[in-house]
Design a protein around this ligand. Structure first.
Ligand SMILES: [Zn+2]
Length: 698
């Protein structure tokens, strides 16, 4: 009753087996003849005892199953189950899980143990179950079962060393690992359905970073075998600057697929598990999850409740609002006209051929009159090249979503699978943030999209490689981007290097203005006659020295093709926004989006600081303007959200009949300005949703 009335949950986990030190995954918390039960429970059956109460209060029960953390003692009783590294060492012996415990292989007979456990949970009558793991850990798995299966699938006798990019078998191994995860899910789902054909099942999945490759996570490949696409986005106290929009970014990524999506928020203060997350952080995580089209989820450690319950309840105040307005948040879809392709193939296989990128740039920090210099690797091999490439990519993806949010550009995320003309309908601008690895078919679709009037912004090495990361010869693609040829890369620099605006077309910058050069850049030659907006300056390589004028290398090119427009940036522009957060990178990106949009203009304009995130979602007959305010005390964890007042917004919308604030419950007056409407939101605390009701033309 408390769960329903105070926490406002409609779906709940309780533990089906133990997930605590020293890896007690083999002990169940419910009665079963087939597994060992946690002795302290005596005759009690946690699931069966609780189920009727949950049902009575309208709560769906989806027990949690720990499928990744097991004790050494249990492993010793089951030889051959552990994940092994190449030298035969079990992964969990070299890297004890959470400090103590090991992990099992999804291709070993352990999988049958796991499916049996899933069936036993389902037999209790619950609605489904949530799988926390299995995880295919980096450097794994080389057990006898994996060796046999890999040999059968690939017809190869040996397995490649982990991360050996020079071995042609390595990419087959990467595929094998991801497919093994998907196969496990398929069979786990079959186990659920064997007991209850309508049973729900989902895995704690991964995000969009290159780590997905190392952990064999792939949201698209797992999609058919689970009911939700979900991932953690926990708050962790950090020594460095931390984006306030991580949850929003994760929600956008997860909700891009066909399944309903869930973002998991740990309701704990980083790794201090018995202290609740500050209300400001908790509320924004929930708000960002919903604004990004996903379902919020939070975990409570009950030990925090006796002393800090008021704080905890305050943190989920927002749930009252969400519960009361559930229909508004159900089955919505993104209405953003700007799309960002977060390519999994690129996250998996991007390995830049530009050797200069592995050079470490000096930090640029000057302290006590001493310059901090970077240590250069003596010889950089393929592994370093992949590391450098993955780092660029991870910063570029995160920086792109953040640069858009700080600029009030609502964005929808696309996966590789979504690059099809039908799916691109409604998209006005497609951004490829160093989406390096594209298939020939994807290149064809994107080219067609532009030809039919779509706008394209591509950075750095977008489309320079095929979907396997192999350098591709694509003269037509380079032509589309305005590139005659690629010569080499600039050496990375965190110090004063520049590029210069060389055209009057950019909205925010006049011609000849000097801007900071991004950390990385490519030396390309432009096709004669293409409009050049920005050009790299000659490299200085030194502080406090005279400028050396413009280089022959264009940095931003603008072309038109068919009915669309193409902007190419010869640098991972967003990477530098993610690292340095400088306004010039964001303003340039925003300017390029505005330029790409042409006469139609931006979908939304707003006079607010970048600490107000705006997302657009829709349901039939309704456009929703989600406003998440993270204006705060300039640190994380945030302690206090500062109220924003009288925020003026214009948004493209047709046939409008009513505009109102869902949270404040107030009507808003609005003006029509050509194909847009303009209104002022009087007050935004942490979260507001403006509903624009439209007359349906159909
Ligand atoms: Zn294995």
């Amino acid at each position: 009753m408390e769960d329903k009335e105070r926490w406002h949950v409609n779906c709940e986990w309780i533990m089906a087996n133990m997930a605590c030190a020293p890896g007690l995954g083999h002990l169940t918390l419910f009665n079963t003849k087939k597994f060992e039960k946690c002795r302290e429970l005596g005759k009690r059956d946690l699931i069966r005892d609780y189920l009727p109460h949950a049902r009575k209060n309208g709560i769906h029960l989806l027990p949690y199953l720990n499928l990744h953390w097991f004790s050494y003692d249990f492993a010793a009783k089951h030889p051959g189950w552990e994940q092994l590294m190449e030298d035969g060492t079990p992964y969990g012996r070299k890297h004890p899980l959470y400090g103590n415990g090991t992990t099992f292989c999804i291709n070993s007979p352990w999988r049958d143990w796991a499916f049996e456990l899933i069936k036993e949970v389902m037999v209790t009558g619950v609605d489904g179950c949530f799988l926390d793991g299995p995880v295919v850990f980096p450097e794994s798995c080389y057990c006898e079962h994996c060796r046999k299966l890999f040999g059968r699938v690939t017809k190869q006798k040996k397995m490649p060393s982990f991360g050996d990019w020079s071995d042609p078998l390595w990419k087959q191994f990467v595929e094998f690992r991801a497919q093994s995860t998907a196969d496990f899910l398929r069979d786990a789902q079959a186990a659920v359905h064997a007991v209850n054909p309508r049973g729900i099942m989902f895995l704690n999945g991964g995000g969009y970073s290159s780590y997905g490759m190392r952990a064999a996570r792939d949201a698209a490949r797992a999609e058919p075998y689970q009911n939700f696409t979900s991932s953690e986005q926990f708050y962790h106290a950090s020594e460095t600057w931390d984006s306030p929009y991580k949850t929003l970014n994760m929600a956008r990524f997860l909700s891009a697929g066909k399944n309903p999506s869930v973002v998991f928020t740990h309701h704990t203060l980083s790794t201090w598990h018995y202290i609740p997350l500050p209300p400001a952080e908790m509320t924004t995580a929930i708000a960002q999850t919903v604004a990004g089209g996903a379902n919020p989820w939070f975990a409570i450690f009950m030990e925090s409740m006796p002393s800090r319950s008021e704080e905890a309840f305050e943190a989920v105040n927002l749930n009252t609002f969400l519960e009361q307005n559930e229909t508004y948040f159900t089955a919505t879809e993104s209405a953003a006209a700007t799309a960002v392709l977060l390519s999994r193939r690129t996250a998996y296989y991007y390995l830049s051929q530009q050797h200069a990128l592995v050079k470490k740039a000096d930090s640029g920090k000057e302290q006590d009159l001493i310059m901090e210099r970077a240590q250069q690797a003596v010889r950089a091999g393929l592994e370093e090249q992949r590391k450098a490439s993955a780092t660029i990519l991870d910063n570029e993806y995160m920086g792109c979503l953040d640069a858009l949010t700080f600029s009030h550009v609502p964005a929808r995320v696309l996966w590789d699978e979504h690059i099809a003309l039908k799916q691109l309908k409604g998209i006005r601008t497609l951004i490829l943030p160093n989406t390096a690895c594209l298939s020939r078919e994807q290149i064809r679709v994107v080219t067609q999209f532009v030809k039919q009037g779509g706008n394209l912004i591509a950075t750095f090495e977008s489309g320079f490689y095929d979907e396997w990361g192999v350098p591709a010869k694509r003269p037509e693609w380079l032509k589309l981007l305005g590139i005659e040829r690629v010569e080499s890369a600039f050496e990375p620099s965190r110090n004063e290097e520049y590029w210069t605006v060389v055209d009057d077309a950019l909205p925010a910058f006049p011609k000849n203005i000097l801007l900071p050069r991004p950390l990385n850049g490519l030396k390309v030659r432009a096709i004669r006659g293409r409009q050049e907006l920005v050009r790299f300056n000659n490299t200085l390589g030194q502080f406090y020295t005279n400028l050396k004028g413009l280089s022959p290398y264009p940095a931003v090119l603008c072309s038109s093709f068919g009915r669309g427009r193409v902007i190419y940036v010869a640098a991972p522009l967003f990477e530098s926004f993610n690292i340095f957060h400088m306004a010039d990178f964001r303003v340039l990106a925003h300017g390029l989006i505005k330029l790409a949009a042409g006469k139609a203009g931006l979908q939304i304009e707003c006079q607010a600081p970048g600490s107000l995130a705006i997302e657009l979602r829709r349901r039939p007959g309704e456009l929703q303007v989600h406003l998440v305010n993270v204006t705060s005390d300039m640190k994380r964890p945030m302690e206090k959200i500062i109220r924003l007042a009288n925020i003026w917004i214009t948004v493209r919308a047709a046939n409008v009949k009513r505009v109102h604030c869902l949270r404040a419950g107030t009507e808003l007056s609005y003006q029509r300005v050509v194909d847009k409407i303009a209104f002022t939101v009087p007050e935004i605390m942490d979260y507001e949703v403006v509903i624009v009701e439209c007359r349906n033309l159909l």
